[in-house]
Write a protein that binds this ligand. Structure first.
Ligand SMILES: N[C@@H](CCC(=O)N[C@@H](CS)C(=O)NCC(=O)O)C(=O)O
Length: 230
């Protein structure tokens, strides 16, 4: 049985959870007490030396990085699912969108929007410019492909991953109207995948709440991020 060590508000965690639920793969959800510094413990280090969430433990097989986890879950438990197509070029586009999310799209959102909510970083104009830049690229991908979803006309794990990242934009009330194709895709994903959206909406609400009233992180001394002053 898979144990999913995860958060309820982190987009990478939520993407994995949505996939497990959708595919009806049995799993145990284990909430990581990130805000109490659990990722800094020796036990968590054994799970993931990157000290990042999510991580799965599938009968002793440990795997981090939500993209690798989603690909593994599909390959092992749903190899015929259209969520992760097998045709080489279709799969390549899905993989490209997943890499685009982790290395380009979500990294810009995390730095400019997520980090200032939880840690003592100012929200900068440069950071917001970077978010506009990644959204512009996303818009261009949607225009070039000309399909309903990010890698074709059906939902794939790339949509789940990118939609979860985009919840942060909605939580921060980021105006997507400059990016009509991205906006349309996001709304379509929500409307056509209501059962998937349940956990995404919960995450969105939690982050929106934290933007107003940050969580108590007084028990954590982060090795990298500056803590907010009380
Ligand atoms: N590249 C990782 C990123 C995961 C990630 O950023 N997780 C955040 C929580 S949403 C985290 O664990 N951050 C640890 C920290 O900043 O201390 C993935 O895609 O799974």
């Amino acid at each position: 049985m898979i144990t999913l060590h995860a958060l309820t508000d982190g987009p990478p965690s939520v993407a994995v959870r949505i996939l497990l639920e959708h595919l009806k793969v049995p799993y145990v959800f284990r909430y990581v007490k990130y805000y109490e510094g659990e990722t800094l413990t020796d036990d968590f280090w054994k799970l993931n030396p990157q000290r990042e969430i999510p991580v799965i433990d599938d009968n002793g097989f440990l795997l981090s990085e939500h993209v690798a986890i989603m690909q593994y879950i599909c390959d092992k438990y749903a190899p015929k699912s259209s969520l992760y197509p097998v045709e080489a070029r279709h799969r390549a586009i899905v993989n490209q969108r997943l890499c685009f999310n982790t290395s380009f799209f979500y990294s810009a959102i995390a730095a400019a929007i997520v980090a200032p909510i939880f840690f003592d970083y100012p929200q900068t104009e440069q950071g917001i410019k970077r978010v506009h830049n990644v959204l512009g690229v996303f818009e261009e991908y949607m225009k070039r492909l000309g399909k309903k979803y990010v890698a074709g006309d059906t939902v794939t794990i790339a949509d789940i991953s990118l939609a979860c990242s985009s919840t942060v934009l909605e939580a921060a009330r980021f105006d997507l109207s400059l990016y009509p194709l991205v906006k349309k895709w996001y709304e379509t994903f929500k409307n056509e995948n209501k059962e998937m959206w349940i956990y995404a909406q919960k995450a969105l609400d939690e982050v929106a709440n934290y933007a107003v009233s940050p969580p108590d992180m007084s028990k954590m001394v982060h090795p990298i991020h500056p803590m907010k002053k009380k």
